[in-house]
Design a protein around this ligand. Structure first.
Ligand SMILES: [Zn+2]
Length: 667
C-alpha cells in the first residue's frame, strides 16, 4: 500500500512538472528595447554627412552645384523620379536644383545621371539581378542606372534614402534633413534587392504611389481605368483553376473535368454546413490540354509576364477522389500530388518555347504540404502560405510554438523540392485591426530563414482597410527589409519614431517597449486572429492597457501641428485596447469611448476587423460597456442566490432524512 502511495505521489509531482513546463514554454527573451538604445539625432547625422568619405562633395557651405539629368527620350516615370530627386536635393541644400533632359544639361554643373542617358552608355550592368541597379561615380558626376525604367526608379529612391539619409515615412511625408555640407563616398557598386519580388499588401502603400518609393513590386487593388501595377510580373495571382476551366462553360457537358466528391462530380460541395467551391480533376487529360492551350495563349498575349498561376480555389474542399487522383495524392501524402504533377508537365511543355516564364501554384489548404516523391521542375514556382503562423516566434526559432514549427517544417519541406519559393505570410490582426500588435521583432529572423530556404519572393499580407494599427510604420519597415535584409530594423524604428513624433518620441518608445516586453514574458503565442481576452493576463491586461492609454495621452500632450494626426493614430489603438480589454472597468471604458468615436470618424476608419464595420462596432461596444453594470449586479446577486439555494437544499435534505428516520422508527 505504501509503495502504491509513493508511486501515486511521484506521478502527481511529474505531472505538475510537465504542466508547469508546458505553461512556461511560450515565454521568450526579447531584445526589443527602444528606450535603452542609443538616441538617433539629426545633429549626429549632419556631422557624418559633412565628413570626407573620399567621393564627391555635393553640398559645400550651403552651395550645391549639381542638377539631375534624365534621358532625352525618358518615360514619364523616370522624369517624375528625376523631378522628385531634384526637389529632395533642393530641400536638403536650400539651393534650387533642377531636373533637366540630357540635351539641356549645363556642363559646368555636376550631374546625377539617372537611367538610360548617353553619358552612362558604357556602364557595365552585368552584375545587376532582377530590379537592382548600378551606382557609379567619377570625378564630377554620379550615375544611377537599372536595366529598365522600373529598376532605375528603385535606384533613385534607394539612393535618396541609403546615401542621403532621407526617409519615406508615410505616403504624404518624406523626411529630408537640411545639410550645410554633404560629402559622399566614391561609388562603383551594384545594388541588388535581397528579395527579387517584394510586396506589402497594405492599403496605405497605394496612396500617392508610396509603394514605388518603397521599391515594391506592385500595390493595392486594380481598379477599372487606372494603371496601378497589381502584382508586377504576374499574369494571374491566385485561385485561378476555374478561370481556365469555368463551371459555367464546362460542367454541364463535361462534369468529369471537376472533382469527384462522395461519388459525385461537382464544382461546389458542402463542408461544415457551408457551400464551398470544389476543384478540378487534375488527372483528366482534357483538363490538361485545355489549360495548356489557354496558358500558351496567355503567354503569347503577355510576353512581359514572368509568372502564371494555376491554383486551387479559395476553399477547404477535398481534392478530387477519382481513382487516378486518389492514388497519386495518397502516395504523395498531400493534395499537391496531382496538382504538382499537372504543373510539372506544363513546366516541361513550355520550357523550350518560353524560357524565363514560370508556372506557379499555391501551397494552400489541401495542397499546403509538400508532396512526397515529387520535385518541382525548374520553371515551377510555389507560393507557400504561412497560414496562420505565429507572430511571436519566428519560423527559424527552435523554441517556438507548435504552429511556428509546423510552418518551419512546411517551408523546409518545400525548399527541399523547389528552388523558387514565394512566401505568402500575414502581418496584422485580422480580427482586431486596431489592436496593438507587437509582431515586428520576428521579422528579421523570418526573412533570413526564408532566404536560406530558396525564397525569392515575399508577399506580406497586411490590411486592405485604411488606418489599421501602426500601418505606416509596419509597411515602411517591412518594405525596407525586403529590399535589404541586413538593414537594422531597430535603428530604423528609432529614427522613424523620432522623425515622426518629435518630442513625443520617448512616450511612443515606452508604449512599444511595454508591448514587446509583455508579449515576450506571456505564456501565449500572438496570432493573426487574436482576441483581447486571450491576452487578459498578458500584454492586454488591465494594468498594461491603462499604461498604453496613459503613455499615448502624454505623447498627445507633446503633439505639434505636424505630429498630431499620426499621434492620434497610435492613440486610437490604445483606446481600442481599453474598450476591448477583458475586464469590467465600466468607468475606464466610458471615459475613453467618446474620444475613440471622435478619432475614428476623424481618421475615416471604416473597419474594426477585416469583416466588421466600424458603425456596428461603435454601437455594440457601447451596449457591451452598459452590460458591465448588469454583470456587476449579477456577480453580487448570483453568489447570494447560490448560497441561499444551497442552504435551502441542505435544509430540505436534512428534513427529508429526519422524516425518513422518524417513519422508520415508527414502523
Ligand atoms: Zn480526379
Amino acid at each position: 500500500m505504501k509503495k502504491k502511495f509513493f508511486y501515486f505521489i511521484v506521478c502527481i509531482v511529474l505531472l505538475s512538472l510537465v504542466l508547469s513546463f508546458s505553461a512556461c514554454s511560450y515565454k521568450k527573451q526579447t531584445s526589443y528595447n527602444l528606450s535603452e538604445m542609443e538616441d538617433w539625432s539629426f545633429e549626429q547625422e549632419a556631422i557624418e554627412a559633412a565628413r570626407d568619405k573620399g567621393g564627391l562633395t555635393i553640398i559645400d557651405n550651403n552651395i550645391c552645384n549639381f542638377e539631375i539629368v534624365y534621358p532625352d527620350a525618358s518615360s514619364l516615370d523616370v522624369e517624375e523620379a528625376a523631378i522628385f530627386f531634384a526637389s529632395i536635393l533642393s530641400e536638403m541644400s536650400g539651393c534650387e536644383i533642377n531636373a533637366v533632359k540630357e540635351a539641356e544639361h549645363t556642363n559646368s554643373l555636376g550631374a546625377f545621371y539617372v537611367g538610360e542617358v548617353n553619358a552612362s552608355s558604357s556602364l557595365d550592368l552585368s552584375a545587376i539581378q532582377n530590379d537592382g541597379y548600378r551606382l557609379y561615380s567619377d570625378g564630377q558626376n554620379i550615375y544611377i542606372k537599372g536595366k529598365d525604367d522600373n529598376a532605375t526608379l528603385n535606384g533613385v529612391y534607394d539612393f535618396i534614402e541609403s546615401e542621403l539619409d532621407c526617409m519615406y515615412v508615410r505616403s504624404d511625408y518624406t523626411y529630408v534633413p537640411r545639410y550645410e555640407n554633404l560629402k559622399l563616398r566614391a561609388y562603383d557598386d551594384t545594388i541588388n534587392p535581397s528579395i527579387s519580388w517584394r510586396r506589402v499588401y497594405q492599403y496605405e502603400a497605394l496612396e500617392n504611389d508610396w509603394y514605388k518609393k518603397l521599391r515594391m513590386n506592385g500595390a493595392g487593388e486594380r481598379e477599372e481605368g487606372n494603371n496601378i501595377e497589381y502584382y508586377k510580373g504576374w499574369g494571374s495571382w491566385c485561385h485561378t483553376s476555374f478561370k481556365y476551366i469555368s463551371p459555367d462553360e464546362y460542367f454541364e457537358t463535361h462534369p468529369e473535368y471537376f472533382s469527384l466528391i462522395n461519388g459525385k462530380r461537382c464544382y461546389v460541395t458542402k463542408k461544415y454546413g457551408n457551400e464551398i467551391a470544389a476543384h478540378l480533376c487534375y488527372t483528366n487529360e482534357d483538363v490538361y490540354q485545355i489549360v495548356k492551350s489557354k496558358l500558351i495563349q496567355n503567354i503569347k498575349d503577355n510576353p512581359d509576364v514572368i509568372y502564371w498561376d494555376i491554383s486551387i480555389m479559395d476553399t477547404y474542399a477535398p481534392m478530387c477522389e477519382c481513382d487516378n487522383c486518389k492514388q497519386i495524392n495518397k502516395a504523395a501524402k498531400s493534395g499537391m500530388g496531382t496538382l504538382l504533377t499537372f504543373l510539372n508537365r506544363l513546366g516541361r511543355d513550355i520550357k523550350d518555347d518560353y524560357p524565363g516564364v514560370f508556372v506557379s501554384t499555391l501551397a494552400y489548404q489541401e495542397c499546403q504540404e509538400a508532396p512526397v516523391g515529387i520535385e518541382c521542375e525548374d520553371n515551377v514556382a510555389i507560393k507557400v502560405c504561412a497560414f496562420p503562423g505565429s507572430q511571436k516566434f519566428s519560423f527559424a526559432d527552435e523554441n517556438g510554438t507548435k504552429e511556428s514549427k509546423r510552418i518551419q517544417n512546411q517551408i523546409e519541406d518545400w525548399s527541399n523540392i523547389c528552388d523558387h519559393i514565394i512566401i505568402w505570410d500575414y502581418v496584422v490582426n485580422f480580427s482586431n485591426l486596431l489592436m496593438p500588435f507587437p509582431n515586428m521583432e520576428i521579422q528579421k529572423e523570418n526573412i533570413e530563414f526564408y532566404i536560406e530556404n530558396n525564397v525569392v519572393g515575399i508577399f506580406h499580407q497586411g490590411s486592405r482597410e485604411s488606418g489599421d494599427e501602426n500601418a505606416y510604420m509596419r509597411t515602411y519597415l517591412l518594405s525596407r527589409q525586403l529590399w535589404d535584409k541586413d538593414v537594422d530594423l531597430m535603428k530604423l524604428t528609432k529614427k522613424y519614431i523620432k522623425v515622426s513624433y518629435g518630442e513625443a518620441s520617448e512616450y511612443i518608445e515606452q508604449y512599444f517597449d511595454l508591448q514587446y516586453a509583455e508579449i515576450a514574458k506571456s505564456n501565449k503565442d500572438l496570432s493573426i486572429y487574436d482576441m483581447a481576452s486571450r491576452h487578459k493576463n498578458g500584454y492586454l491586461s488591465k494594468e498594461n492597457v491603462d499604461a498604453y492609454v496613459d503613455l499615448t495621452k502624454k505623447a498627445l500632450d507633446c503633439a505639434t501641428e505636424e505630429s498630431l494626426y499620426e499621434l492620434e493614430s497610435i492613440r486610437i489603438s490604445a483606446l481600442y485596447a481599453k474598450l476591448e480589454a477583458d475586464d469590467w472597468d465600466y468607468d475606464g471604458k466610458m471615459a475613453v469611448y467618446d474620444e475613440f468615436k471622435t478619432l475614428v470618424i476623424k481618421h475615416n476608419i471604416e473597419k474594426e476587423s477585416e469583416w466588421g464595420d466600424m458603425d456596428a462596432y461603435l454601437e455594440n461596444c457601447l451596449s457591451n460597456i452598459e452590460g458591465i453594470k448588469t454583470k456587476k449586479v449579477l456577480a453580487i446577486v448570483c453568489p447570494i442566490v447560490g448560497v441561499i439555494t444551497l442552504a435551502g437544499l441542505v435544509w430540505g435534505i436534512i428534513a427529508i432524512v429526519k422524516k425518513y428516520r422518524k417513519t422508520k422508527q415508527g414502523s
